[in-house]
Design a protein around this ligand. Sequence first.
Ligand code: SAM
Ligand code: FES
Length: 346
Amino acid sequence: MNELVQKLFETRNLSDSELISLIENSDPDTSSELADRADSVRKKYYGKKVFLRGLIEISSYCKNDCLYCGIRKSNKNAQRYRLDRDSILECCRNGYELGFRTFVMQGGEDNFYDDTFMCGIISEIKNKYPDCAVTLSLGERTKKSYMRMKEAGADRYLLRHETASEELYRKLHPHNMSLKNRKKCLFELRKIGYQVGAGFMVGVPFQTNENIVQDLRFLQELRPHMIGIGPFIPHHDTPFADFKGGTLELTLRLLGIIRLMFPDVLLPATTALGTIAPNGRELGLKTGCNVVMPNLSPVSVRKKYDLYDNKICTGEESAECKVCLQRRIESAGYEVAVGRGDFATL
Ligand code: SAM
Ligand code: FES
């Protein structure tokens, strides 16, 4: 057994230089030891259960201009859409029938979805489906807005910190955005009582292994309930079109490291991971992941939520997506969990 894998498993921590050497270690034996350890730890906390989250992509409008993202404001070729209240409720009705007990409303930062709209739809979903959790992923909003939506019934909030390095943050975002505010939002969300998800992209342009260690340290400070990491994938209409994407190997290594550092965290095998390799999500599940997020958005808009090139699951109906993922989960040796799938210690 690799010494650092063993130490990380036993102590849940390593020094910065040890973390860097594990991140850089591409020896296949070490990667498989890491995956096996990660798998045994996830099984200790969650058994073979994999939680499904129904993802509803509510808007492709965004007021931000993140350099990596296909729906950034200045992408004049992006196709924009918004789902209205009835369409969102229809996605939930469909999802509930398919067995989903968490609905994730995600979108660009779009002022159309003000607090009145969001609180209305959140309370309507909670009234109709009291056994379901509502997750939001709508970017940076005011503390008051987060509080209102929590009072309306929202349970969880996903907001990747993207990078914990000031220097890298400035290379990935325009000057009117700030890492300080993003971190502030995350701490506020936690304090208000949301189950919080943070995370970052693997292999984003200019990212160093030291930056990744900074991300892991930030996650140790925030202690989120969920950690979303996936490979960066270039989008042809962004300033990062010609950069290389993140690799499967590094993403899997980081998933394993994260599972050992945060044994009880909810860890999704992301769509981006499934996009860079046909069996990416299965490999993610075998390396500590315990969440997948099938798409519940109407098929008519799926191609328009175009964050990166060649995104998978844009042609399938929700029911097909659910069946496909269920099959993938079972073929990897795991089982679909029924219920909301809250953080292990809640
Ligand atoms: N607007 C919300 C926010 O800022 O959190 C949610 C939507 S945003 C598009 C969701 C996530 O997509 C981001 O946190 C980012 O990490 C990821 N993403 C954006 N562009 C990507 C790309 N080119 N490759 C991989 N992931 C990407
Ligand atoms: Fe959507 Fe496979 S998960 S088609």
